[in-house]
Design a protein around this ligand. Sequence first.
Ligand code: GRG
Length: 313
Amino acid sequence: MAAEMRQVDEVIRQRLQSDVVLINQIAHYIVSAGGKRIRPRLVLLFASALGFTGPERLELAATVEFIHTATLLHDDVVDESSLRRGRQTANALFGNAASVLVGDFLYSRAFQMMVGVERMRVLKVLADATNVIAEGEVLQLMNMHDPDLAVDDYLRVIRYKTAKLFEASAQLGAVLANADPLMEQACADYGRALGTAFQLIDDLLDYEGDTQALGKNVGDDLREGKPTLPLLIAMERGSADERQLIRGAIEHGENERLSDIITIVRRTGALEATRESARTEANKARAALCVLPATPAREALLELCVRSVERSS
Ligand code: GRG
């Protein structure tokens, strides 16, 4: 996909432009740090798998990356994070106000771009998706510091805050190709399952990962008192003392005992169980692809299922 992704990067570069200096500075700062660009790849791969080759696919690929980047800018403010994509976060460098406002710029620029495609269904998919993402963040806020969170409520948050944009990205490829409703649904199902797997691994890497490889600080979820699946499983399987230690850390949002908690999470097999849940989701994504014609793009989408679960960054 290298050549196509270079075209997407060119669209991103052009559409980032603004006469306002601080917007250029911050938007380029975060975008030039890279990132995996998974969501634009989904738009391109589904468009290609269904035979659509028009320039709108590049525009929408850039659009979903802008929405993603806006959410990262806002999220790093909310979470008070200091490291992202191997660099200081924009909020750490430029302050919270500038980060939130440049996030607003990217988000509203994304809407200008999607309107330019002149397809009502594109607008509907993205308007609905961004609304759900915001709901997911608010739900997550409500769940903070709650060690009694049910697994289903945790899963709802990750479907909303992360999987929804994966779902919309995949669906847009199908919408551009004028796919029939069943095909469009299969693409959306793939995105939703892949996005869920992706966030499960994101949550696992906060305990298993390496700050250098991840480009963000491990242990941040615990510091914020976020009850993610590795902790929920470790509490269920651990001894009474271990359960009490994790409960306290979630309730008070502290990571002083991070290394003890990582030991418990490992010993109870909570990381492997989380990876297994991710594998189950990735298998659902794989199954959704069976209605697509056999193409190199479909092969790449299958490969993405494996990589999303086995990744370490
Ligand atoms: C602006 C629509 C809008 C909403 C604001 C703050 C917020 C509401 C939403 C945040 C949602 C969020 C950050 C979810 C986490 C998603 C996630 C897994 C991010 C990391 O994605 P990667 O690994 O990042 O694809 P790279 O750096 O590779 O691009």
